[in-house]
Design a binder for this molecule. Structure first.
Ligand SMILES: Cc1cc2nc3c(=O)[nH]c(=O)nc-3n(C[C@H](O)[C@H](O)[C@H](O)COP(=O)(O)OP(=O)(O)OC[C@H]3O[C@@H](n4cnc5c(N)ncnc54)[C@H](O)[C@@H]3O)c2cc1C
Length: 592
């Protein structure tokens, strides 16, 4: 009887154990699986009879600072859940899906059904930790990482936390183009610039809706910030000021040598690691702490395990970015696709408000036009679209087949015309499209696989990239008036011959070349928010009496009023890096 009971108990325990593992039953061994993320992704999955034991990445082409950085985290999630039926990591959807698909492929070759693997629920950690440092920085975007480098350089300890599994936020999604007035490179190239000229041009773009304090900091110190990062920190920018965009009278934009915003963030992160600055990812700050009204810490939680952190510091810098994914967004904008970072949920605002922070320009959001719709979101292709207009005979037309504005003109002139037009398309020749598409893929704005799909769909999907041998045919595919389009191309070619764009004053150099021809729909979208927290010249958050809230500072897109009513090109990354550096300096001055 005892024996029977023991056997029944053992059987029950075994059943329970198998149930706890998600009732898995595998053919033990090591299997290979493949999928496409930002490129080819190959994994090797080792299975025991009942569990996924390990996952190894054999080949990966993911963006190092985003997809590459979260790979370990994703693998840990799959192993903990014993399933791939998991949410994707926000901001790294392509990589998340690719890893899950590659693991699924390996499971299928082992004869298992990935869809049948029910995720094992993670236990909530009861762990908590108290950590002290001089400055706790919330947000590892351009602003937070720049600030941490400065605090470290000045001999104080900074800790940076970020709620995502990788660094970069919106900065990593940008082209890295950073406004930089007064750099060494400008001087070496004989570019005459000044804080006053830059300020004036920023105010004009912003329709004078700016808060002059942060706008002046950007105009005055952006060159110093880029020189400091480049020359002293080794975060390298190309040694060229670029050509002046329509908004500026001189070239003052600098881009990362490593390539686009993801490359810039990778460099910043590497420098932090090199200098021993502690970076804690997957950790979301949710509340500030204070002693007698002096802000001196942050409460945060590990987003995966639930582990609690209490950070004690002499000052807190909020660098949580904008609020494009929050209720602060004007509902009338919601009909447009959002091309921003899903991490930009206005957390810094929520944490600062209870301490008396004052918001400004919250109804102002940058609506931009050079970009494509991808599913229900969008991605900017600003540099690539502008490059096509600059270096090839590409033109932007409406459904009527007519140009609507100077394609290289001020955003404030072009984007409202795009809105008025409803739908607009960039017409490109073969050479123009090839350069455009290659550059977008290289910058990880979309993948080669997505591009192939859109080309195959040939204008029938959400992302319109129609193509045909003749202009007439491609116009007919998307329903653009073909006769007018041919007429418009002939007119534009005549402008090139004369050297003058008689319709819109665009600088003309090349006519449209040989086909096949492409019509790529350009969509209006929003991402960068222009409102936010009010600061003083020391980057201290101020209250309604304009008095600094002791111990509390803000930098980056979280700060309101910097750009006024419209977004000046390159000013977001420029401001993030500049305000981070200045906040680091100012905090150290205050705490030493
Ligand atoms: C697609 C796109 C393209 C752009 N291109 C350009 C460009 O070429 N040039 C330009 O000048 N500007 C550009 N911008 C704007 C510019 O990128 C941003 O304004 C700027 O980079 C913001 O930097 P930031 O450090 O303030 O915020 P972010 O870079 O967004 O960083 C904020 C960080 O805070 C973290 N965070 C948020 N809440 C919490 C919390 N509670 N706890 C912990 N961490 C938190 C986020 O995860 C994120 O990593 C672009 C924006 C987008 C979306």
């Amino acid at each position: 009887m005892k024996k029977v009971c023991a056997m029944l108990l053992a059987l029950a325990l075994l059943t329970f154990a198998v149930a706890a593992m998600g009732e898995n039953a595998f053919k033990a061994g090591t299997y290979s699986g493949e999928a496409t993320g930002m490129g080819k992704l190959v994994v090797s999955v080792t299975l025991s009879d009942t569990a996924i034991e390990s996952i190894e990445v054999v080949e990966s082409n993911e963006t190092p600072s985003i997809g590459g950085a979260i790979m370990e985290d994703l693998i840990a999630r799959v192993l903990a859940a014993q399933s791939t039926q998991l949410d994707t990591v926000s901001g790294a959807t392509v990589t998340s899906n690719a890893l899950y698909e590659a693991v699924n492929a390996a499971l299928v070759s082992a004869g298992a059904d990935p869809a049948a693997l029910v995720p094992v629920e993670a236990e909530v950690s009861q762990e908590s930790e108290e950590i002290s440092c001089d400055v706790i920085i919330v947000g590892a975007g351009g602003a937070g990482m720049s600030a941490a480098l400065k605090v470290n350089e000045l001999g104080y300890t900074a800790i940076v936390i970020d709620k995502q599994a990788f660094v970069g936020g919106a900065t990593a999604m940008s082209s890295s183009s950073a406004l930089a007035q007064g750099t060494r490179v400008q001087a070496e190239n004989g570019v005459i610039d000044s804080p006053e000229l830059c300020m004036q041009e920023l105010l004009v773009v912003g329709d004078y809706e700016n808060d002059a304090t942060p706008t002046w900091l950007l105009a005055r110190y952006s060159g110093e910030a880029i020189d400091w990062l480049n020359d002293d920190m080794g975060v390298l920018f190309n040694e060229s000021v670029g050509s002046a965009s329509a908004e500026y009278s001189v070239g003052r934009a600098r881009t990362s040598v490593t390539g686009s915003g993801a490359g810039l963030c990778e460099d910043l992160k590497n420098k932090l690691e090199e200098k021993g600055v502690r970076l804690i990812l997957n950790t979301r700050a949710y509340e500030l702490t204070d002693t007698d009204g002096v802000v001196d810490g942050v409460l945060a939680r590990d987003v995966n395990t639930g582990k609690e952190y209490r950070f004690h510091a002499k000052a807190v810098l909020l660098a949580t970015g904008g609020y494009c994914y929050s209720d602060y967004i004007d509902p009338s904008l919601l009909s447009l696709p959002n091309s921003g970072s899903k991490a930009n949920t206005g957390d810094g605002i929520e944490m600062a408000l209870p301490y008396g922070a004052v918001l400004q320009n919250m109804d102002m959001v940058a609506v931009a036009g050079h970009g494509i719709r991808i599913g229900d979101t969008a991605h900017h292709t600003q540099g690539q679209s502008k490059n096509a207009y600059k270096t090839t005979g590409a033109i932007l037309v409406n459904m009527d087949g007519r140009r609507i504005e100077n394609e290289l003109g001020r955003h404030a002139d072009l984007f409202p015309k795009m809105k008025e037009a409803g739908r607009t398309f960039m017409l490109m020749d073969e050479a123009g499209f090839k350069a455009y598409a290659e550059s977008c893929v290289k910058a990880n704005f979309f993948t080669q696989e997505q591009l192939d799909t859109w080309l195959e769909e040939n204008g029938t999907g959400v992302t319109v990239m129609a193509h045909a041998d003749t202009i007439e045919e491609v116009a007919n595919i998307v329903g653009v008036n073909a006769e007018n389009l041919l007429d418009e191309v002939a007119r534009y070619t005549s402008f090139v011959e004369k050297g003058v764009d008689e319709d819109f004053g665009r600088e003309v150099s090349v006519a449209l070349g040989d086909g096949p021809y492409y019509l790529v729909e350009q969509c209006l979208r929003y991402s960068t928010t222009l409102g936010g927290i009010t600061i003083n010249k020391d980057l201290a958050v101020v209250d309604s009496m304009n008095a600094p809230i002791p111990g509390l500072y803000a930098a980056g897109e979280l700060v309101g009023g910097v750009f006024g009513a419209n977004f000046p090109p390159s000013s977001g990354v420029g401001w993030a890096l500049t305000s981070g550096m200045l906040a680091g300096e100012s905090i150290v001055n205050a705490i030493q």
